[in-house]
Ligand binder design. Structure first.
Ligand SMILES: Cc1cc2nc3c(=O)[nH]c(=O)nc-3n(C[C@H](O)[C@H](O)[C@H](O)COP(=O)(O)O)c2cc1C
Length: 176
């Protein structure tokens, strides 16, 4: 299998920056916004991610992609378990606050230890307690594979979506 490194990508308009064009096309793909919290008994660290995904049903596995050089991941990976908090549509401010580089600012964020002892944020749509079990190379990112340890009943409220460079809510399309 090719590693893709020397592969020439088609469709990029002449004269445009390839990476910027890739970002532009990817901006059309909506994502959820999750706040992955580390262990509550260590320095509180949370990282905002749009790349959280379900991986396997049996065994139950989830995962996400982190920038290889992301300083926040270097802080978070000191934890041997995480709480994945799926943000609610009213929580864009939490994403903005926690996505800033530097020390994570948890001031004014209501959190408590999750069942697995990681940072659980109040008012989120769904929460998963997970244990990281592997890191795989994924270009300039790493794929972090996690075992699911504990599932909370989702609240049923509307999730936050990131699309076209903006935070949005979910809108039910017109049926007609
Ligand atoms: C909506 C949103 C989605 C993001 N998704 C990811 C992601 O999937 N992977 C990642 O490494 N960083 C992602 N980030 C960036 C990190 O949250 C954070 O801003 C970045 O790690 C800060 O840089 P630093 O870690 O070098 O300090 C996302 C940021 C936002 C606002």
């Amino acid at each position: 299998m090719s590693d893709g490194r020397n592969h020439e990508v088609g469709g990029i308009p002449v004269g445009s920056d390839a990476a910027a064009y890739f970002r532009h096309v990817m901006a059309a793909v909506p994502t959820s916004v999750v706040a992955v919290g580390g262990r509550a008994d260590l320095d509180p660290v949370v990282m905002i991610l749009g790349s959280f995904t379900s991986v396997s049903l049996d065994p139950m596995l989830v995962g996400f992609f982190v920038g290889r050089e992301a300083a926040r991941w270097k802080m978070l990976r000191a934890s041997d378990r995480f709480c994945v908090n799926v943000l609610d549509e009213t929580q864009a401010w939490i994403s903005e606050q926690l996505a800033r580089p530097g020390e994570p600012d948890l001031s004014s964020i209501d959190w408590s230890p999750s069942s697995g002892g990681a940072i659980a944020i109040a008012g989120t749509v769904a929460r998963f307690d997970v244990t990281p079990i592997a890191e795989h190379d994924a270009g300039d990112h790493l794929f972090v594979l996690c075992r699911v340890d504990y599932l909370e009943e989702p609240t049923g409220s509307s999730p936050l979506v990131y699309h076209d460079g903006q935070y949005r809510g979910v809108r039910v399309p017109d049926s007609g």
